[in-house]
Design a protein around this ligand. Structure first.
Ligand SMILES: NC(=O)c1ccc[n+]([C@@H]2O[C@H](COP(=O)([O-])OP(=O)(O)OC[C@H]3O[C@@H](n4cnc5c(N)ncnc54)[C@H](OP(=O)(O)O)[C@@H]3O)[C@@H](O)[C@H]2O)c1
Length: 272
């Protein structure tokens, strides 16, 4: 399958990462276009990736087979309503906006193939994790194109139902911040134990990276990896028992429930 022509509406952080990822995968610059109201943003993305840019959204989508909506959720309704007359029926719409449902997109754009994605910030360093949901009008070829787009900045997984995007938001969408919080807390605790801040921070970060890489490369789950490094009556067990006595697992569950609930609430507000 040859790479389809892709137009990005909005050329901010996430669009620039996706364009950079596609270019790094060998996608030719002439397959990609972008539009953005900011002259400096257009110049930056064009200079960095060699792609053509437009001030006018309609001009950017004219040659495209895939249209990526990469504006802020609050701008989405106005962007879609303005773009609608310029779109063709065979174009795939990919939305990366948090909380904008396929129902809202179809209300603003008409019935057409739509893939809704929830990427996360590590996409900026090509280590992203995205959940994807396709409406029934999306063809197998279009699904492959959406998958290639999100895989260019990390890993992409298909979901069975759109409602699962709230769970994806709770797990991977907001997830980087949970790890940042743990990194912060471990660094502070290491400092309190007598390490310099820099040493505590560097040891914590390298440990987070090492643990993630070990778990990624392993054929057993995280619970088994944890058991293997927890000797009876040892130091790790002393810490793990303290975490568990403080209700760690229940707290994580309550936190993710709160994120999923908020995601559904925001989708309800943004869709109006
Ligand atoms: N960043 C993330 O990690 C992340 C993660 C998951 C999902 N997302 C989603 O990705 C989308 C983009 O996020 P971002 O972080 O890339 O935001 P961003 O950097 O603000 O990019 C959005 C761009 O769209 C431009 N824009 C505004 N109105 C426009 C219009 N009418 N037509 C065309 N372009 C327009 C903005 O220009 P101005 O600045 O001049 O307004 C800006 O350059 C959001 O919907 C967000 O929910 C982002």
């Amino acid at each position: 399958m040859s790479t389809p022509r892709i137009a990005f509406i909005g050329a901010g952080n996430m669009a620039a990462s996706l364009i950079g990822g596609l270019r790094a995968q060998g996608v030719e610059a002439d397959r990609i276009s972008a539009s953005d109201p900011g002259a400096a943003t257009r110049e930056r993305v064009s200079a960095e990736h060699g792609i053509v840019t437009f001030e006018d959204n309609a001009a950017a989508v004219a040659q495209a087979q895939v249209v990526v909506l990469a504006v802020k959720p609050q701008a989405m309704k106005a962007v879609c309503e303005e773009l609608r007359p310029a779109l063709r029926e065979d174009q795939l719409i990919v939305s990366i906006a948090a909380g904008i449902t396929c129902g809202s997109l179809q209300a603003w754009l008409g019935d057409r193939p739509v893939v809704r994605c929830m990427p996360n910030t590590p996409a900026l360093v090509r280590r992203g994790a995205s959940g994807l949901y396709a409406n029934p009008l999306v063809t197998a070829e279009q699904k492959a194109a959406a998958e290639q787009l999100l895989n260019a900045v990390g890993m992409a997984l298909w979901l069975d139902s759109e409602a699962q995007l709230d769970a994806v938001t709770a797990v991977s969408g907001s997830g980087p911040a949970y790890f940042f919080l743990l990194i912060e807390a471990m660094t502070q605790a290491g400092e309190a134990l007598g390490l310099s801040r820099e040493t505590a921070a560097r040891l914590t970060l390298q440990t987070a990276l090492g643990a993630a890489e070990m778990a990624m490369g392993s054929d057993v789950d995280a619970a088994e990896l944890r058991r293997r490094v927890t000797s009876p009556a040892g130091t790790t067990e002393a810490a793990i028992k303290t975490f568990q006595a403080g209700g760690f697992e229940a707290l994580v569950k309550t936190a993710l429930d709160a994120a999923a609930h908020r995601s559904a609430e925001l989708a309800e507000q943004l869709g109006r």
